[in-house]
Structures are given as C-alpha cells and as structure tokens.
Ligand binder design. Structure first.
Ligand code: AMP
Length: 451
C-alpha cells in the first residue's frame, strides 16, 4: 500500500530491557527484547531489505534516554535513506519527539562536528555511534534551519520535514495508545499513520489487513495458528445496558470458529510455549470476518477499572471523559501531554482523581471547566446516581508539573520495564506512583458538575 525503496532505512524507536535466567535455565524477558536479540531480527532486515538506523549497542544500551538520543541522531544522519518511522507502541515515538524538542541543538552540534554529546556515557554505545558518524556541517545547518522554523509552529509537521522520503509511521496506535494519536498526527501531519498488529508477549494474535484505515477504525484478523484461541462471551448486566461499563456476566468459552458478530469476548490463549487457557485480560469485539477468521476490535484491558462503590468505569470510559475534557483545554490553547487516574477511597465520600500533565498557559477558570466536563462525561449509571446522592464526591483534577510523567516512566523503567513496551497506567493504586503524582501536583480543581 505504501511501497518503500529497497535498501532503505527504518528510524525505529526500539529498546530492549534486561533479560534474566530462570532457575530452570530459561531466558526470561519481554517479547521485543528476545526478538531484537534473535537471528530473526537480522533475517527480517535482510529479507525486507530495510535496515534499522541504530546498531545493537543502541537498542540494547539499557538506558532509554541515551538510546533515544542516539536513535534520533542516527535517524537524522541517514535522513535521506529513512523510508519509515516505527516503534512497537506509539508512546515511544511521541516520547522521542518530546526529547527532540529539548535536545535538537545538541544533536545538530554532534552532526556538525562528528562528535557525541557527553550525555552518552555508556562506553559500548559511544563507540558504536562514533564509529558511524563523521562531521557533516552542511546537513547540520539544514536541520537547524528546519528546527528553528518548526519550533515557532510548535513542531507541527516536523517528521515529514526532517525525513522527506518517509512513506508512513508504523506503530500500535489502538487501545491505550489512542490518546497519543493527536500528538502523533501533529508531528506527522501528511504522513499516513499505519496502526500495527495486535499481540502480546504471551502470544501474537492478529494482523491489521487494512493499513489505510485511520487507527481509530482498525480491526485485527486473528491468525488461527498463532495459538489455540478461545473466547469468553461477555454480556452486560441488565442495569448497565445504557452505559459502556464492565458489569459483565461471563458465558462459556467458545472456540474461534464459533464467535458471533457484534459480541464482546475476553481472549483466552493456549500457546506453543506452554500457557494453558491463559486469560489475557483484553476485551475484544467481533467486528467482522476475513474468510472464516474473526476481525477483532480492541476494546480495553479488563482489569483497569475506576470504582468507588457501585460505579464501574473502564479504561475506555476514562479515555472518553478525558477526551471531552481535553477538547475544552485545546480550545483555549492548552495541550494534554499525559494522564492517569486513581479512585480515592481513604476519605468519605470517595471520589475520582484525574492527574493531567499539560503544556501551555491556560487560565484556572478553563481548567475548572475541564474538570466539570470530565465529571459529567462518566455516563455509567452507578456513577451518575452516586454523584447525585453525593456517595461519590466531586471529581478532582490534579495538574502536575512538567516532566512528572517522565518521572513515572523512570520509576517503571527502574523496576525493569522496557520503554518499547511501556504503557502509562491509566488507573493506579500504586503507592509510590501516587506519591510521585501527589508531590508533583501544582494545582487542584474540584468539579461543580453536580452542584
Ligand atoms: P505486552 O504486555 O507489552 O506484551 O503488551 C500486550 C498488551 O498490549 C495486550 O494484551 C494489549 O492489552 C495491548 N496491545 C497489544 N497490541 C495492541 C493493539 N494493536 N491495540 C491495542 N492494544 C494492544
């Protein structure tokens, strides 16, 4: 659909995390970590005649900040060869360009002089990158001119300007990645966003057969031989019929061949690597069929639920409410960088807390309005009734200082997560995370939507 030149390059924001040995001698790690270390990763590059810009030492560096800097530097050095921009999850691309906004001058200076910033301290990474680069003052001044100009328009369309031969951006953009689409579109503008396949470390699931579709409309055709798939039908409880909540009754699992159009299911995998009837925790809807295999719409992860008492709101419900609130924010020139939430039940009545990191100067009055709009956007019957009777208190919007979500990321990476597979938790009860968020809160607003 979007043909690329043979022998071109992929600017891939990919990162591997640590691998460890189990007592039984098996190597354990995330799916992508195994993949980048495997022979298949090289075979894929040879067969598709598309080569990643960064050497193994950058992908395996172990420090995502240093790796991101080198990915960007090398991507720019090979600017005319780059045919596509990719990552596993869309978050990594948005995160990389947020760093680029801060570091572009340093990167340009490295390109000009053929040097490497002192922020790269890992010896193997330094050597590998220095072996590739050489001074290129002409390229550096071209990039500098583009950046100066783009900075004035808040980096609108920076991707096609820096990589004019790139044909598309490829990454997982559905589910919990959907909130980053707006920023991705801002950076990529005219470049098609191709939503990547659906899978997990436990087992791969389905492929996107319609790469032209906007990510919001993408479905995934299950490849029946990836695992033995079963589907637990999920029926909404009667009182929840009017809402999009998760008050589900579970039916008996059915095999792939017996799923029904329009029905929601939880996925169950039995894999070749030994998982037996493993509940993945993802809720999907059958949106159609490709030949005999179902095309799935990813709905949300089941365990992510905001609840105080009889209310139940999923990641999807939260995402919708935040989307409504952030529409108000953008109307007044603000931008939502990232968000998470917490159901506060230590004090009576319990209430929802939504943490926002924002960019741009916005009046307090506007933030108060955003808070009210989000509160009114949760349509779950249990929530609405509880809010009306004040058995759930007003929704609290906490504005956190710039860089807070980077601290959240650092906390997870410090505990062994891989940037390439990182997903900001949309709802948390983690004490350390809540401590970071609360320490970084600079403004608080309470909804008056139900006053
Ligand atoms: P991981 O644990 O990093 O292997 O991530 C696997 C999980 O990421 C899945 O169970 C899904 O919840 C989510 N995921 C993977 N691919 C997609 C996709 N294409 N759309 C939405 N969510 C996805």
């Amino acid at each position: 659909v979007y043909p690329i030149r043979e022998g071109g390059r992929i600017l891939e924001f990919i990162y591997s995390s640590k691998r460890l040995k189990t007592k039984g001698g098996l190597t354990a790690g995330t799916a992508t970590t195994h993949y980048y270390a495997s022979e298949e990763f090289n075979i894929k590059q040879e067969k598709t005649k598309s080569f990643t810009c960064s050497p193994q030492e950058v992908i395996f560096g172990g420090d995502y900040k240093q790796s991101t800097y080198c990915h960007l530097l090398l991507g720019l050095l090979f600017w005319d060869e780059v045919e596509l921009i990719a990552s596993t999850f869309a978050y990594s691309i948005v995160q990389a360009f947020a760093s680029f906004e801060e570091q572009w001058e340093e990167i340009c200076s490295d390109i000009k002089d053929g040097t490497l910033s002192s922020r790269i301290t890992l010896p193997r990474m330094r050597k590998a990158v220095l072996d590739i680069i050489s001074p290129n003052p002409c390229l550096a001044s071209q990039i500098e001119a583009i950046c100066r100009d783009s900075k004035a328009s808040n980096w609108y369309g920076i991707v096609p300007r820096l990589w004019p031969n790139a044909k598309y951006v490829y990454s997982i953009m559905t589910g919990s990645m959907q909130p980053y689409l707006k920023k991705l579109r801002h950076y990529a503008v005219s470049l098609p966003l191709v939503s990547a396949d659906y899978g997990s470390t436990e087992g791969w699931i389905g492929v996107n057969l319609d790469p032209c579709l906007p990510p919001e409309d993408v479905t995934f055709a299950v490849i029946p031989t990836f695992s033995y798939f079963e589907f637990i039908p999920l029926y909404k409880k009667k009182q929840d019929l009017t809402s999009s909540t998760v008050g589900y009754i579970e039916g008996e699992p059915v095999p792939l061949s017996q799923v029904k159009l329009g029905q929601e299911y939880e996925l169950v995998l039995t894999t070749f690597t030994g998982l037996y009837r493993y509940r993945l925790g993802d809720v999907v809807e059958v949106a159609g069929f490709h030949n005999g295999t179902p095309k799935l719409n990813f709905i949300f992860r089941r365990e992510l639920i905001l609840t105080v008492n009889i209310d139940k709101n999923t990641e999807n419900d939260l995402q919708l409410a935040v989307e409504r609130g952030s529409e108000v924010l953008s109307k007044y020139g603000g931008e939502l960088v990232d968000f998470t939430s917490h159901a506060e039940v230590m004090h009576q009545p319990g209430h929802y807390m939504i943490y926002w990191e924002i960019k741009g100067e916005v009046e307090e009055r506007v933030l108060g309005e955003c808070c009210g709009v989000m509160d009114a956007s949760f349509v779950d019957h249990g929530y609405v009734v509880s809010r009306r009777t004040n058995s759930i208190g007003p929704l609290e919007l906490c504005i956190v200082e710039t860089g807070t979500f980077n601290k959240v990321l650092d906390y997870f990476i410090g505990n062994g997560a891989a940037l390439g597979q990182f997903k900001t938790p949309r709802c948390t009860n983690n004490h350390i995370l809540l401590r970071i968020l609360n320490l970084c809160t600079i403004k608080r607003f309470h909804s008056t939507a139900y006053n």
